[in-house]
Design a binder for this molecule. Structure first.
Ligand code: HEC
Length: 146
């Protein structure tokens, strides 16, 4: 959940400001999405190959995806304003499902993984249908930092 964690991660980032955890290491939204895609493919592979361990690892990575860079976060917030709540809601939905899928995979309940993975994909695509192109346009404008 890259938006809901913002408040306390800001505190943590402030505490870590002098350590190796720098803001520059934070990925762009697009890079996070590309990693989510790779992890989703791994979940599907795990279902196709009856490999719950593979599913659990990939679902955990979806649930714990890194924070979006400060630069991208500011741009998205400025563009969406009061729509941020809905955007964050989609992110939360995907996060919760990924947590459930990981638990189902660890319990080797592949029928549940299958049902929840359908919902996960619906969650990805629900956000995309409303926001993907619009945000991609905003973020592809000249970037001051990268
Ligand atoms: C909260 C909204 C939201 C959710 C949920 C979401 N995405 Fe995205 N996704 C976006 C936005 C916005 C972009 C456009 C980013 C850009 O181009 O800078 C995007 C772009 C992408 C891209 C294209 C990246 C590229 O190289 O152009 C992929 C792939 C992707 N998302 C995969 C996923 C997967 C898989 C999930 C679910 C596990 C997911 N997304 C969930 C908002 C979301």
């Amino acid at each position: 959940m890259f938006w809901r964690r913002t408040i306390y991660s800001c505190t943590i980032l402030a505490l870590l400001a002098s350590s190796s955890h720098t803001l520059a290491a934070e990925p762009t939204l697009k890079e996070i999405m590309q990693a989510l895609r790779d992890d989703l493919v791994q979940v599907l592979d795990g279902l196709l190959l009856d490999d719950p361990a593979r599913i659990a690892i990939a679902a955990q990575r979806i649930a714990d995806h890194p924070e979006v860079s400060v630069n991208d976060r500011q741009r998205v917030t400025a563009e969406l304003q009061e729509e941020m709540a809905q955007f964050a809601g989609f992110d939360h939905q995907v996060h919760s499902l990924a947590v459930s899928i990981e638990a189902a995979a660890r319990a080797e309940d592949l029928a549940l993984v299958r049902a929840e993975t359908r919902q996960l994909i619906d969650g990805c695509l629900a956000c995309h249908s409303m926001y993907k192109n619009r945000i991609a346009d905003v973020l592809s404008e000249a970037r001051p930092e990268n």
